[in-house]
Design a protein around this ligand. Sequence first.
Ligand code: GLN
Length: 248
Amino acid sequence: MELRLAYFYPTLMNLYGDRGNVQVLSQRCRWRGIDLVVDEIGIGDRPNLSAYDLAFFGGGQDKEQYKIGADLVQTKAVNLRASIEDGLVMLAICGGLQLLGEYYRPLQGPPLQGISVFDLRTEGGHVRAIGNVIVQAEPELGTKLQLIGFENHSGRTYLGPGCRPLGRVVKGFGNNGKDGSEGARYRNCIGTYLHGPLLPKNPELADYLLRLALQRKYGRVDLAPLDDQLEKETREYVMSRVRRPHFL
Ligand code: GLN
């Protein structure tokens, strides 16, 4: 079996090791004898996204978001929106999540137009949300799934009725520090503020994405279980130490 992953702006949007998410998807495929072909998609590229099963879009600071914002809107938005409507499985982190919404209005500088995959809007806040996060995932992702990660963002994200959150904040700030929501989901596209990188700490989420992609391409697929003992121990260690986030 083979899966193809489109990796958006890998050199510019790679905050806090977000590239590790792609490495985890690759490795978990390799262990199971699945080929994961990763194509890097940069500024100026016009990929045919209907040829892909997965997509990844990491986080970035405002200055990186300004570098890619116009390119995203002008050369990729139409194709990406259509592919997500068609079931493309996508993960977007922080700055990526923001640009998949309607707009991100930073504290300084002009607003950045997003591509409206998600019905959400993001406003810059004066106090950065920084710290470790625990999120209770929405039941569709697994009733007992708790995600752990690290957040560092100025943006406050507010979801509209057209998308669902990824989960509820147990510890941390999440989308806006007010309504308890974290991240966004629309069809098979997931956005979140969780860096870390996310997937090494949350292998169930990695397998959730792979299962969606394999189901879409090949029909029902059971993923062979892997030995996640190391990941489990890391999670227990992190969970035991997570404190309330501090705000600078
Ligand atoms: N620039 C955005 C913010 O600060 C995103 C930062 C990030 O990707 N961590 O809100």
